[in-house]
Write a protein that binds this ligand. Structure first.
Ligand code: CTP
Length: 408
């Protein structure tokens, strides 16, 4: 029986975000961050330290956020003088980006000597920080001690990454990009329902070489696999990601990532990692066949108009091979069908022996940003509405959580 389920996406509901900006050149990235958070429908209230105003004008943040910007010069005598404190008390999350070494040190030690650090001390919501500093400052033992204190206080530390720095040095201390921060911030307010679970995901299209420059592939963009990686990461899972050809950037915050272009390479990578996994989600569009007579040299056009023949041989079925393992993880498969979606997906689920099968119609899914799927498991068949791949992924993870909890 198909249950029609209309899914309320709990991941992307609108939030009240207090964004603290401390002094650092990375403050320019926070302009884009405000824009992205606003575009996602969140309310953003910006608080700037005195030092931050040397890098970006408060007017810029005011225009981008559509809200007044709070500064150290804030006049506490207006109103009941509590408006700024209420800001952090009413927030769903507080993020400091960029977080300078100085601001991190103050927060780690409970110092509240400016508006930003006072709001941090007065908050009741979760706090995330995105450090940005020179590599020597980052590695400084005092800074590392402060970060340990912050971790112990449940502060989420986003980044930094290794890269080229404004001072010309290369090393750790570079703030994450705005899109990466906006992505990771959703994890802070998403309940960690799969904390400690290890999930292996395959994504994208495989590529079966014909010769060194040509090959057989398909139109999978990898978006669904990427959306699932983000959704699993958001609920606290440790995600390993094996990918073929992707048309989208891989998200940050994954435990492991490896490219495996061909079906054989993907099979080997999956079986190398599978023993440590609790869940296997096979989203990759793996070629059913590979080239038997692959040429080591580039094939040349024949003068005599002889058309070269490509001989194919079957690829191993990665998902079925994992599901057959004696200590198999919980397996999730995807059935890509162009007709008789439900009937074929039911048969595929039985044949491959997977606990949860996600059925989709290829012309509604592959290479597109939205998807419309049916979830098939032992208990139910749930038809989800057409929605973004992020929302579809959140709904799949929601069902996965339910099934994992009932299967233990
Ligand atoms: N799959 C796999 N290894 C393969 C082929 C498919 O792991 N060699 C996985 C896919 O990742 C997906 C599921 O099996 O989770 C179903 O893939 P799909 O392409 O829909 O089905 P096929 O098994 O290839 O069958 P067909 O092409 O006949 O529909």
């Amino acid at each position: 029986m198909i249950v029609k389920l209309s899914v309320m996406n709990e991941v992307n509901v609108n939030k009240r975000i207090v964004l603290g900006i401390s002094g650092g050149i990375a403050a320019y990235k926070s302009c884009e961050l405000v824009r992205l958070l606003k575009k996602a429908g969140h309310q953003v209230n910006v608080i700037m330290t005195q030092a931050a105003t040397d890098f970006v004008s408060p007017t810029t943040f005011q225009a981008l956020s559509g809200e007044p910007v709070c500064l150290d010069t804030y006049d506490a005598s207006s109103g009941n003088g509590m408006a700024h404190i209420n800001l952090s008390r009413q927030a769903d999350v507080m993020l400091i980006a960029p977080a300078s070494a100085n601001t991190l040190a103050k927060i780690a030690h409970g110092t509240a000597d400016n508006l930003l650090t006072t709001l941090v001390a007065a908050r009741t919501c979760p706090l995330a920080v995105a450090p940005a500093m020179n590599v020597q400052m980052w590695n400084n033992p005092a800074n590392q001690r402060n970060l340990d204190l912050l971790r112990r206080d449940q502060v989420t530390i986003l980044g930094p990454v290794i890269g080229e720095q404004a001072c010309g040095e290369v090393g750790s201390g570079r703030m994450l990009e705005a899109s990466q921060l906006a992505d990771l911030l959703t994890d802070v307010w998403t309940p960690s329902l799969l904390e400690g679970k290890r999930i292996l995901i395959t994504a994208g299209a495989t590529f079966e070489a014909i010769d060194p420059v040509r090959g057989i592939t398909n139109i999978s963009s990898g978006q669904m696999g990427i959306a699932l990686a983000r959704a699993c990461r958001a609920v606290g899972a440790s995600v390993s990601f094996i990918y073929g050809q992707l048309q989208t950037e891989i998200p940050v915050g994954l435990a492991y990532r490896e490219q495996a272009s061909s079906g054989d390479a993907m099979y080997a990578a999956v079986h190398r990692l599978i023993k440590q996994q609790d869940v296997f989600i096979s989203v990759a569009a793996v070629a059913d066949y590979k080239v038997k007579n692959r040429s080591e040299q580039k094939l040349k056009k024949q003068d005599n108009q002889v058309v070269p023949m490509i001989e194919l041989t079957e690829n191993k079925d990665i998902l079925a091979s994992v599901a057959r393992l004696p200590d198999a993880p919980f397996c999730v498969g995807f059935a890509a069908e162009s007709e008789h979606v439900l009937e074929y997906a039911r048969a595929k689920r039985q044949k491959k022996g997977v606990a949860l099968m996600v059925a989709n119609q290829v012309d509604q899914a592959m290479g597109k940003s939205t998807n419309q799927v049916i979830l098939l498991d032992d208990e139910q068949e749930i038809a989800l509405p057409q929605m973004s791949k992020d929302d579809t992924a959140a709904a799949i993870v929601k069902r996965l959580v339910q099934l994992l909890h009932t299967s233990v």
